[in-house]
Design a protein around this ligand. Structure first.
Ligand code: MSP
Length: 652
């Protein structure tokens, strides 16, 4: 039975085809909390989307000679693809260009206008075009836009206004009576002292100098100005103004809006006032998280560090990147990103602490008990503490996540990981195994280790989806009763007599120095490519010359097959090469491939690639290669050709 509903949102993103890992922070956090709420029994609605109107977008599309929608469709697809790669488990993706959204925003505008909370006037203000924000004199920083630091222009136009000033007292009262509504707490003082107390001015909610927006009802030379359009996505996605039934009745008010700290003002002062004017409840919480920054600059100006999430995922896997983002940084604070912190975190927490724990334990059960998990026997002096730490963890994780303390929640889980590793050092199973008289104690140790790992695997599910599944495969259990969240508070659930089986390393250890050099080189190449090769619209694209013609019979000689990667490792004497084990129907093949620069061995497992199956075998640096796999290349970029079909299938 459902424990209730949970509605979590990210901001809707400005369309950009190059989202960096800083951008993905809000979404990764929302994904973790959504997954956590689902596994703990909630009916979750997780909303994300894109914010597609405004002058800036109209200008860019015009420069490219495209209609804004045509330009946007491509970029929005790229964003959706990124979320797919990052396995973001959103339930609904809203675009502000969706017909439903546009119609509902227009209806909302009319409700506010009819009520007198929107009126027509004339605006003269200081406008920042890139930020699409009007500012008052007192809000400027050194005479420039306080958000982006760029110059502002005096702008005058006929416009519609929302009566923000009317809600000043109610806002103050709300912040004072419900301080939990905005976190971290420090942000409340900022809102009260910097914005509310100095006095709120009515807000310009329409523009007439561009037309890429939702037309104002009955006055179509105006379009609705972006923040009113954008913020309302949180309710139009639920069907507003239909509030009696459906998703609005079910999910509103939102449990939490997750936003970056720079847009807290919009999500509290402006959004709360709009909701008050519409006479519907405000969200239960807005959380303004910190920024992930590079030393001395913005993410997009990165040199030396790789901030493209896709490159990082290809090399280290999606679990590692999500884990890193949530564990390394305190959610409410800013943090510094470098490739080195990322790699150190992966090695220390994932390869060493968790990866070694699982591989050591499963190996010992295989070595000492032929893989069969024994029933506990004689107690050791360390059992009680291990059991206590392991079974207490889920409650501590719950408490941390209720406060959106992702890093703290992962730290609680890692206390169990470290406690279990320590249990191995304390009980020394390899010493117990030497003497048959200790067999019963060894049984206890092995059982407790396996059960400790099961509990860890249950707790990591919201953050490390694939890792939990990989552990379940090694423990030979499937998703269900043995992996349910509540079972992480009980010890002794793992069924005695189950046969475990060692798998690939969960997180291969990274050679930090070599990897940092590789990343730096890659970053240099990316910068060079970005500076040199962006083709101008009128330039013809250069491609490699097409090879001489062949007949269909020539082509038919090539036997192409779908092959599944079942194992992968770096070549022992050539770090550019990977040695892949491929399953092709009933047969296994070894293929050596020069793709180490683009993929970590782990990220390839399970991929269905295309193999040239009848290529004469060769030895590459001493390793047999029985065929080659197909890849497409463009400059420094490489993509494997894949097929979502059973291995062994013919490609023709
Ligand atoms: N379109 C507005 C939001 C409208 S919501 C009604 C917007 N979009 S955005 O694309 O600029 O930002 C999306 C999210 O990414 C925001 O939460 C923003 O804070 C976050 N981040 C962008 N760069 C970031 C970092 N470097 N670090 C952490 N988060 C950052 O704002």
């Amino acid at each position: 039975m459902s424990k209730g509903t949970y509605y979590v949102t990210t901001p809707i993103y400005y369309p950009s085809s190059k989202l960096h890992i800083g951008h993905t922070y809000t979404t990764v956090a929302a994904d973790a909390i959504a997954r956590y709420k689902r596994v703990t029994g909630y009916d979750v609605m997780f909303l994300t989307g894109t914010d597609e109107h405004g002058q800036k977008i109209q200008n860019v599309a015009k420069e490219k000679g495209q209609h804004p929608k045509e330009y946007l469709d491509v970029i929005v697809d790229e964003i959706k693809k990124l979320w797919e790669t990052m396995e973001i488990s959103y339930d609904y993706f809203i675009r502000t260009t969706d017909e439903d959204h546009k119609r509902r925003v227009a209806e909302m505008f009319k409700i506010l206008y009819d009520k007198g909370d929107i009126y027509k006037g004339e605006y003269e203000g200081l406008y920042c075009t890139p930020c699409e924000s009007f500012w008052t004199d007192s809000q400027l920083k050194d005479g420039k836009c306080p958000d982006c630091g760029r110059a502002v222009q005096v702008t005058k136009e006929e416009a519609y206004f929302f009566k923000l000033s009317k809600y000043q007292d109610r806002l103050l009262e709300l912040f004072e009576s419900q301080p939990d509504i905005l976190e971290p707490k420090s942000r409340i003082n900022e809102m009260i002292n910097n914005f509310i107390k100095p006095g709120l001015e009515d807000l310009c909610v329409s523009r007439s100098t561009f037309d890429w927006g939702i037309p104002v009802p009955l006055d179509e030379k105006h379009v609705i100005y972006v923040w009113l359009d954008a913020l309302s996505n949180y309710i139009t996605a639920l069907g507003y103004p239909e509030i009696k039934d459906g998703n609005f009745a079910k999910y509103w008010p939102a449990d939490v809006h997750l936003v970056g700290k720079e847009i807290v003002r919009f999500h509290t002062i402006i959004w709360f006032s709009i909701l008050m004017a519409l006479e519907i409840p405000v969200p239960k919480k807005v959380f303004g998280h910190g920024w992930i920054l590079l030393e001395g600059g913005k993410m997009s100006k990165s040199v030396g560090n790789i901030v493209d999430p896709v490159v990082l995922i290809n090399r280290y896997g999606v679990d590692a990147l999500k884990y890193f983002l949530l564990r390394e940084y305190t959610f409410g604070q800013d943090g510094l990103f470098t490739n080195e912190v990322l790699l150190n975190r992966i090695n220390a927490d994932l390869a060493n602490d968790l990866g070694n724990l699982v591989s050591r334990t499963v190996s010992m059960v295989e070595k000492y008990r032929e893989g069969i998990v024994p029933k506990s026997g004689s107690a050791t002096a360390f059992d009680e503490d291990l059991i206590q730490v392991a079974t207490a963890a889920s409650q501590l994780v719950d408490r941390r996540l209720d406060n959106l303390d992702f890093s703290g929640a992962l730290e609680e889980i890692w206390k169990v990981v470290r406690r279990t590793n320590k249990y191995i050092d304390e009980t020394m199973p390899w010493a117990l195994a030497k003497d048959e008289a200790n067999a019963s104690t060894l049984d206890t140790v092995l059982y407790n280790l396996i059960e400790g790992i099961r509990i860890i695997s249950v707790l990591i599910q919201p953050f490390l989806f694939h890792t939990s599944r990989k552990i379940w495969t090694q423990l030979n259990i499937s998703e269900g009763e043995l992996t349910a969240w509540d079972t992480s508070a009980s010890f002794g659930v793992y069924p005695v007599g189950t046969t475990v089986q060692k798998g690939e390393a969960l997180f291969p250890r990274i050679e930090i120095k070599a990897e940092l050099e590789a990343l730096e080189e890659l970053s240099r190449q990316q910068m060079a490519a970005a500076q040199g090769s962006a083709p101008k619209a009128e330039e013809k694209k250069e491609i490699a010359p097409i090879k001489p013609e062949i007949t269909i019979d020539d082509f038919a000689k090539v036997d192409l097959r779908v092959a599944k990667v079942v194992a992968a490792k770096v070549h022992p004497s050539a770090d550019k090469l990977l040695i892949l084990t491929l399953k092709v129907g009933n047969e296994e093949r070894q293929v050596v491939s020069g793709i180490a620069k683009h993929f970590s061995p782990e990220s390839l497992i399970g991929k269905e690639v295309i193999l040239v199956a009848n290529l004469k075998p060769v030895k590459l640096r001493g390793e047999l290669s029985q065929g080659m796999i197909l890849a497409a290349t463009s400059g420094e970029q490489l993509a494997l050709v894949t097929a979502d079909l059973e291995d062994g299938s013919q490609v023709s």
